[in-house]
Design a protein around this ligand. Structure first.
Ligand code: NAP
Ligand code: GDD
Length: 344
C-alpha cells in the first residue's frame, strides 16, 4: 500500500529536500503551505509544475488549529513531519510572541490534531518534530548529545524547547509515535539568503562578478557544526521508520567559525575575505550562541545514519550554485544596459 505523508514547512529548505526524498521512496506526499501574496514555491516548483505533478499542496497555517484537524482528517497520513516554523534566530528577538505562537504553540496544535484524528480513526500517525541545536544555546557541555541539558538563548530557542518537550510529553502521556530530531545547522544552495552561510556564498559570488562591493556580517567568531540539508532529511525519515519513537542528535561532529566559512568561500573564488568582509554591529544578537558542536553517535548506531557530504563539498556546492545565479543576474543587468543604450 502506498504510504502517505504530510510535510509542514514544505516550501522551506528542508521541506523541499524531504518532499523529494519521500517521493523517491514512493510516498504520496502532501505539503502544507501558507497563503502569501506571491507564490513562494520556488524550492518545490520542479515537484508541482512537472509533466506529472507529484506533490499535493494544501493551504494551512500552524496558527490555525481547526484547519490542521480538517486537513489531517482529509489526508489521513501515516507520517507527519513538522518542519514549519519562524526559523530565524535574529528575527525571533524582533517577533518573540509571533515566534512563540508558530514555533511553540503551533507544534501543540499539530499534536492535538493528530491525537484527535488518531483517536477517531484508530490509525497510527507517526510524528516528527524539527527540534534544534539552538536549544543547547549557552552550552553546558561539548560536544552536545541527547542527554546534554538545554539552555536556550533566544525566543526561537525557547519556542523550540517548548515544541520539543510537548512532543516528548505527548509521546509519554498518550503513547504517540512522536520523535524529535535535534538537528545542528544544515545548509544547501536552497538555504534562505539571510542565514549566514548563504549570505556569505551569495555575496562572495556577486563580489567576484562585480555586482557587489562589500559583505557586512555580525559575529565572525561564532562556531557551528554545519552539514548538508539533503543528508539530514534522510535522518528525519529514518527516525519514523523505527519501531519505537525516540530523540536523536543529527550533526557532522565538526566545528568551523563564521570567519573560516568566509575564508573558505572567498578563497574558492581566488579572493581574500579580509578585503571585502566588514563587521556591522547591527547583525549582533542580544544574546549569542558562541559554539554548537554535535555528537551524533546515537543516530549513527541506531539509525545507521551518517553525513555523506564534507564541509568542503558543502561550500563548493553552495559557491557553484550561487556563481550560476550571479552570472544570470549579470547577464540580465548587461542586457538591460544594452537596451537603455540602444533606446538613448
Ligand atoms: P525554512 O527554510 O525557514 O522553512 C520554514 C518553513 O516553515 C517554510 O516553509 C515556511 O513557509 C514555513 N512556515 C513559517 N511559518 C509558518 C506558519 N505560521 N504556518 C505554516 N508554515 C509556516 O527552515 P528550514 O531551514 O527548512 O528548517 C526546517 C525546520 O527545521 C524549521 O522548523 C527549523 O526551525 C528547524 N531547524 C532547522 C535547522 C537548520 O539549520 N536549517 C536546524 C535545526 C532545526 P514560507 O515558505 O511561506 O515562509
Ligand atoms: N544570520 C546571520 N547574519 N548570522 C550571522 C551574521 C549575519 O550577518 N554574522 C554572523 N552571524 C552568526 C550568528 O550570530 C550566529 O552565531 C551564526 O552566524 C549562525 O547564524 P545563522 O546562520 O543565522 O544560524 P543560527 O545558528 O542562528 O540558526 C540556524 O541554525 C539553528 C540550529 O542550530 C537556523 O537554521 C535555526 O532555525 C536552527 O534551529
Amino acid at each position: 500500500m502506498q504510504r502517505r505523508a504530510l510535510v509542514t514547512g514544505v516550501t522551506g529548505q528542508d521541506g523541499s529536500y524531504l518532499a523529494e526524498l519521500l517521493l523517491s521512496k514512493g510516498y504520496e506526499v502532501h505539503g502544507l503551505r501558507r497563503r502569501s501574496s506571491t507564490f513562494g514555491t520556488q524550492r518545490i516548483e520542479h515537484l508541482i509544475f512537472g509533466e506529472k505533478p507529484q506533490l499535493h499542496l494544501h493551504y494551512g497555517d500552524l496558527s490555525d488549529g481547526n484547519g490542521l484537524v480538517r486537513l489531517i482528517r482529509e489526508i489521513r497520513p501515516q507520517e507527519v513531519y513538522n518542519l514549519a516554523a519562524q526559523s530565524h534566530v535574529r528575527v525571533s528577538f524582533d517577533q518573540p510572541a509571533y515566534t512563540a505562537d508558530v514555533t511553540a504553540v503551533g507544534t501543540l496544535r499539530l499534536l492535538e490534531a493528530i491525537r484527535d484524528v488518531q483517536d477517531d480513526t484508530g490509525e497510527q500517525i507517526r510524528f516528527y518534530q524539527a527540534s534544534s541545536s539552538e536549544m543547547y544555546g549557552k552550552v553546558v557541555e561539548t560536544p552536545q548529545k541527547e542527554t546534554t541539558p538545554f539552555y536556550p538563548r533566544s525566543p526561537y530557542g525557547v519556542a523550540k524547547l517548548y515544541g520539543h518537550w510537548i512532543t516528548v510529553n505527548y509521546r509519554e502521556s498518550y503513547g504517540l509515535h512522536a520523535s524529535c530530531g535535534i538537528l545542528f545547522n544544515h545548509e544547501s544552495p536552497r538555504r534562505g539568503e539571510t542565514f549566514v552561510t548563504r549570505k556569505i556564498t551569495r555575496a562572495a559570488t556577486r563580489i567576484k562578478l562585480g555586482l557587489q562591493e562589500k559583505l557586512y556580517l555580525g559575529n565572525l567568531d561564532a562556531q557551528r557544526d554545519w552539514g548538508f540539508a539533503g543528508d539530514y532529511v534522510e535522518g528525519m525519515w529514518r527516525m519514523l521508520q523505527q519501531d519505537k519513537p525516540d530523540d536523536y542528535v543529527i550533526a557532522t561532529n565538526e566545528l568551523y567559525s563564521v570567519r573560516e566559512f568566509c575564508e573558505k568561500t572567498f578563497s574558492r573564488l581566488d579572493l581574500d575575505y579580509q578585503d571585502f568582509v566588514e563587521v556591522d554591529p547591527r547583525y549582533y544578537r542580544p544574546a549569542e550562541v558562541d559554539l554548537l558542536l554535535g555528537d551524533s553517535t546515537k543516530a549513527r548506531k541506531r539509525l545507521g545514519w551518517k553525513p555523506q557530504t564534507s564541509f568542503d563539498q558543502l561550500v563548493d556546492m553552495m559557491v557553484e550554485s550561487d556563481l550560476e545565479l550571479a552570472s544570470q543576474e549579470k547577464a540580465l543587468a548587461n542586457r538591460d544596459t544594452a537596451r537603455v543604450r540602444r533606446a538613448a
